[in-house]
Design a binder for this molecule. Structure first.
Ligand SMILES: CC(C)(COP(=O)(O)OP(=O)(O)OC[C@H]1O[C@@H](n2cnc3c(N)ncnc32)[C@H](O)[C@@H]1OP(=O)(O)O)[C@@H](O)C(=O)NCCC(=O)NCCS
Length: 178
């Protein structure tokens, strides 16, 4: 299992099968899924296929969403990371998108911002990415707040398979922690 980053409170590493119960706890929660298709996960088998898909992405792209582990407890509290899109989305292709998701009991502790900031540093410095993108439901105010704190700028609202979705961008030169 590769560890990519440690921050003051967190470890970011590849997601493995050992995370399936933590991911199920997070992804079966309707509140966690309210602004992401509103379709909470019903079975651990679904989580297992997601983990298999992430392992393929690590292998093919060198990066994908990473497990976020609380250093103090060793609990996997959620995930955060860059997903590589090789298919077109909103007139872009071959780009990296920042995403994050945490168990509800760990919201409001600054973990999304702390982990995302570290992921952006990895992307801009280690992967030499020029621009990172992010998408969110316009009603997902907590997510938009995270993006604004990280320095992302709103660009437009587009139709993502029938759902209005906000598109954000962060260029390396505007990155607040560069
Ligand atoms: C979106 C999501 C990740 C945001 O998480 P979050 O915990 O609200 O975000 P943050 O990490 O920025 O933490 C927020 C608060 O923690 C507080 N906080 C508490 N202790 C802190 C600390 N030690 N350091 C920093 N902030 C701390 C901050 O005050 C901050 O609130 P503020 O921005 O009003 O000042 C979370 O709501 C979630 O997982 N939602 C479900 C999945 C989802 O929608 N994902 C996004 C899809 S686009």
């Amino acid at each position: 299992m590769s560890i990519f980053i440690t921050t003051e409170r967190l470890i970011l590493r590849e997601i493995t099968e050992t995370d399936e119960n933590d991911l199920f706890e997070m992804d079966s929660d309707p509140e966690v899924h309210l602004f992401i298709e509103n379709n909470p996960v019903q079975s651990i088998d679904t989580i297992r296929s997601i983990i298999a898909m992430l392992k393929t992405q690590y292998r093919e792209n060198g990066i994908a969403r990473w497990a976020v582990v609380d250093k103090a407890t060793n609990e996997c509290i959620g995930w955060c990371g860059l997903k590589y899109f090789d298919q077109p989305l909103n007139n872009h292709r071959d780009f990296y998108e920042l995403g994050y998701r945490f168990k509800k009991k760990h919201w409001g502790k600054g973990f999304a911002t702390e982990s995302s900031s570290a992921v952006l540093g990895y992307g801009f410095k280690h992967l030499a990415i020029d621009t990172v993108y992010a998408i969110t439901d316009p009603k997902n105010l907590d997510s938009k707040k995270v993006l604004h704190k990280l320095g992302f700028e709103y660009r437009e609202t587009f139709d993502y398979d029938g759902d209005l979705t906000d598109w954000f961008e962060l260029e390396k030169r505007n990155w607040i922690n560069k």
